[in-house]
Design a protein around this ligand. Structure first.
Ligand SMILES: Nc1ncnc2c1ncn2[C@@H]1O[C@H](COP(=O)(O)OP(=O)(O)O)[C@@H](O)[C@H]1O
Ligand SMILES: [Mg+2]
Length: 297
């Protein structure tokens, strides 16, 4: 069942007008393009941050955005889910004109089908894992407790945490908490998930388990936009890769092209540096893996 069918807030008497085209989209036309940005410009005050971004994501695709810090990657994700409005350009998600969603009700309805996973997992520390996963489906989507808990258990199995339903976030490792956060996002059955550097704050030995879970979602056909510093991962899972720098997309293409034969000198330089970082991270991971093996009786 598409999340769009669930997107109607049960407390809302009528759907916000801006959502009508999307519902039609679900019922009939299967536009293969889920996300479309055209000539998007955004400034913070007088500082231009996005300078004419064009980007399309088809349903079922995984798209990675790579680029140096400060190049506007997080801003781009925030534009896609309507957290910030660009001054110029078009943003559509599933046929919805994101910039036209002005009321709180409209914005909430839009975000029901866009999941966002951040570096900080922001789980409720006073709720156990099961409650963290069921609270939004019950309160926002109006699902019954039984249904929400049934789903939550299935999702915990999917992220390989079936035995942690009763645990509290503080009892879990960073990687486990991030997997709970991913399951919590999936519990809303989003059409699209935006991942913003979700492994950057993790201990090296837990990065792999989170990437594995995301890779499996991509294999399942979940549409994703991934901002990541994990170049091998981006190369492995992406259908298309965008390299951004200074608020523009410098180069885009298939991972084999971007990573194997980048055309732009900026892309080449960035990848050279990033690969060095990747190698260092891998060495750190294998060292901490070895340390872990030594410490485990
Ligand atoms: N809320 C904000 N107000 C002002 N400037 C911001 C804000 N958020 C980000 N910026 C600036 O916008 C630029 C792009 O930021 P960001 O999108 O976070 O880049 P990235 O995610 O690629 O590191 C940076 O120069 C950053 O300092
Ligand atoms: Mg960022």
């Amino acid at each position: 069942m598409s999340l769009l069918a669930l997107a109607l807030d049960p407390l809302q008497e009528a759907p916000p007008p801006g959502l009508a085209p999307a519902r039609q989209g679900v019922a009939g036309s299967a536009d293969p393009v889920l996300v479309s940005l055209r000539d998007v410009h955004l400034s913070y005050g007088t500082v231009p941050v996005l300078k004419g971004i064009d980007l399309r994501v088809r349903r079922g695709e995984a798209v990675s955005i790579i680029g140096p810090s400060g190049s506007g990657k997080s801003t781009l994700l925030r534009v896609i889910n309507g957290l910030i409005a660009p001054q110029q350009g078009e943003v559509h998600v599933d046929g919805i004109d994101v910039r036209a969603q002005r009321t709180d009700a409209q914005k909430i309805a839009l975000r029901k089908h866009i999941g966002f996973v951040f570096q900080q997992y922001n789980l409720f520390p006073h709720l156990n894992v099961l409650a963290n996963l069921t609270i939004a489906p019950m309160s926002v989507l109006g699902r019954s407790r039984a249904e929400a808990e049934h789903d939550a258990h299935a999702l915990l199995a999917k992220v390989r945490l079936a035995d942690k339903a009763d645990a509290y976030p503080g009892e879990l490792s960073g990687g486990q908490q991030q997997r709970v956060a991913i399951a919590r996002t999936l519990a809303m059955r989003p059409d699209l998930i935006l991942f913003d550097e979700v492994t950057s704050a993790l201990d090296p030995e837990t990065v792999g388990e989170v990437l594995t879970v995301i890779g499996e979602l991509v294999d399942d056909g979940q549409t994703c936009v991934l901002v990541t510093h994990e170049m091998r991962f981006a190369e492995d899972v992406s259908d298309e890769v965008f390299f951004t720098e200074g608020g523009v997309i410098v180069e885009q293409g298939a991972p084999s092209q971007i990573f194997g034969a980048p055309e732009n000198e900026r892309t080449r330089l960035f990848l050279q540096r990033a690969r060095g970082d990747d190698r260092r991270a891998l060495r750190k991971r294998s060292r901490s893996g070895a340390a872990l093996a030594l410490a485990t009786p």
